[in-house]
Design a binder for this molecule. Structure first.
Ligand SMILES: [Zn+2]
Ligand SMILES: [Zn+2]
Length: 309
């Protein structure tokens, strides 16, 4: 076998692993609502989920479980890639001229225990659920996941996040410093930097849009769950230091990729959207990753990344 055949074989293997990872990971992210939407009545007593004007904790617990399960699969997927296993396929760094060395377990532990990340969002979800601040449709277990409403929630949430994100950058220097600046020390982010910022940043850019989105789109518990786990885990995935196998398809469809979000972290004033690039394209703030000089391989050896000061 000559060198060219060997290269082709590698490419076929990489593509196969990439397609397999995509087809397995995304359904796993929504595995809890997918598995329980039609079987819940056989598992739980009707008194635990029947809606009688008073919120019951089952829907909330399953929602938090859905995000936790999705996150577990995302961390396993990224771990396989971090080890540079042959099952990860070919790994391409988003920023090829810099590298970041880190201990996976340490980074994962820090990511999961950040007070301004999952803890704040978990508190918001618990309070709005148990204090009956959600529209009554959210407490209903009837009907499965309505995918059109999942899409609507993701689009509205991302649009509101775009507006808040841009405001944090542009309204005033003091607002930027008090809210979003800590997240911008990562000019070459990794998956674990997704929720690493400040409490104000999480409240303005995630919690407030979530509160508005739930008032605009009225869904049932399964739809809310699917939206929540897709949203939280996708936010992590776009911070990845390496390209994902689905990124070329996502890029073509205007869905957020790691490279799109790295453009924002590198240049600060482009790509304010996270899950979609539509708002940036409409408002003239989109920059394609291919047009960013720092994302093209130079002729020097990669240097170790240092946080932005
Ligand atoms: Zn970010
Ligand atoms: Zn920003």
């Amino acid at each position: 076998m000559n060198q060219r055949d060997l290269q082709n074989r590698k490419t076929l293997w990489d593509s196969t692993m990439g397609v397999a990872a995509t087809l397995v990971l995304w359904p796993l992210i929504v595995s809890v609502p997918l598995m329980l939407q039609h079987t819940y009545a056989n598992i739980f007593k009707s008194g635990w989920y029947a809606y009688q004007q008073k919120p019951k904790p089952l829907g909330l617990c399953l929602g938090l479980l859905a995000v936790a399960v999705g996150q577990t699969f995302v961390l396993c997927y990224q771990y396989v890639r971090w080890t540079k296993s042959k099952y990860a396929g070919k790994l391409v760094p988003v920023q090829p001229n810099e590298y970041r060395l880190y201990d996976y377990a340490e980074a994962a532990q820090e990511h999961l225990s950040q007070a301004e990340g999952f803890a704040v969002i978990g508190c918001y979800l618990t309070c709005t659920w148990m204090l009956h601040l959600m529209p009554s449709s959210y407490y209903s277990f009837e009907g499965g996941v309505a995918w059109s409403k999942v899409a609507a929630c993701l689009l509205i949430q991302d649009f509101l996040q775009y507006v808040m994100h841009r405001a944090e950058h542009k309204v005033s220097k003091s607002l930027y410093r008090a809210s979003h600046e800590p997240h911008h020390k990562f000019t070459n982010p990794r998956l674990f930097d997704a929720f690493n910022g400040s409490l104000t940043d999480t409240l303005l850019m995630i919690v407030l849009p979530l509160f508005a989105t739930k008032s605009i789109v009225h869904c049932n518990v399964w739809t809310y769950m699917a939206f929540g786990t897709l949203y939280a885990n996708w936010l992590c995935l776009i911070h990845s230091e390496t390209h994902h196998p689905w990124d070329c398809v996502f890029q073509a469809c205007g869905l957020g990729t790691a490279a799109d979000h790295h453009v924002h972290h590198k240049l600060f004033s482009y790509n304010y959207g996270h899950l979609f690039s539509y708002w940036d394209r409409l408002c003239g703030t989109y920059r394609h990753p291919q047009n960013v000089r720092q994302f093209r391989k130079n002729h020097k050896d990669p240097t170790q990344w240092k946080p932005h000061k």
